[in-house]
Design a protein around this ligand. Sequence first.
Ligand code: GCO
Length: 256
Amino acid sequence: MTTKNLFDLTGRTALITGSTRGLGRAIALGLGAAGAALVINGRDPEKTRAAAQDMRDAGLTVRAAAFDVTDEAAVEALFRDLDAEGIEIDILVNNAGIQHRQPMVELSLADWQRVIDTNLTSAFLMGREAARRMIPRGHGKVINIGSLTSELARATVIPYTVAKGGIRLLTKGMAAEWTPHGIQANAIGPGYMLTEMNAALTSDPQFDAWVKGRTPAGRWGRPDELVGTAVYLASDASSYVSGQLIFVDGGMISVL
Ligand code: GCO
């Protein structure tokens, strides 16, 4: 196999949760450009349909899948539908996530649970269904989207921090149980990226200055800067890599 082919995803199908916008959309476009057929997801049917059409207009093979990744029955139904359509998921990217910025002493249980369910439990629900099908096939890729907060806490985003910390260990758990079956489970830890979710931060001059000062690269990251790592972890190039969390953060996690 040539080095170029190592990263070729032709003939593979990737399901990316939360891929109508932001990091998920960028990762989906990147995996598609590497040859993968795509199943893209969002909660809103119209936004998911529109995003899928945009990607088709760009020449990609795309199936829209609008469902709530926190709803166990909806996740199970989605995979049953894919089974019925003969669509086998080779690559699962657990990207769906929300943010909620509030000090813990003011935080409601409902908001805590909502963040944990969306950012962590969904990865379990999606991973379980995908692995049930990957294990008999003897191969598969799971890529979970973590965060700098998979390692370090930031005040006012503790449910997110806890969920992303859980993603780090869930990834190791998936590796422990599924690598023996030919599946590699890894995670990507994005740094401070230019996304809608971070709009309140990028528009705050003080926070913007902090990110630029705290990051060796001296800037926010672009969503497309995750694509190389995503293609690597989705491809044969990472066939002996499992349980890892790779930070794509301009060096932020590595410096004081
Ligand atoms: C925040 C941000 C972060 C980033 C990212 C950093 O409020 O601190 O939303 O959580 O999005 O997760 O890695």
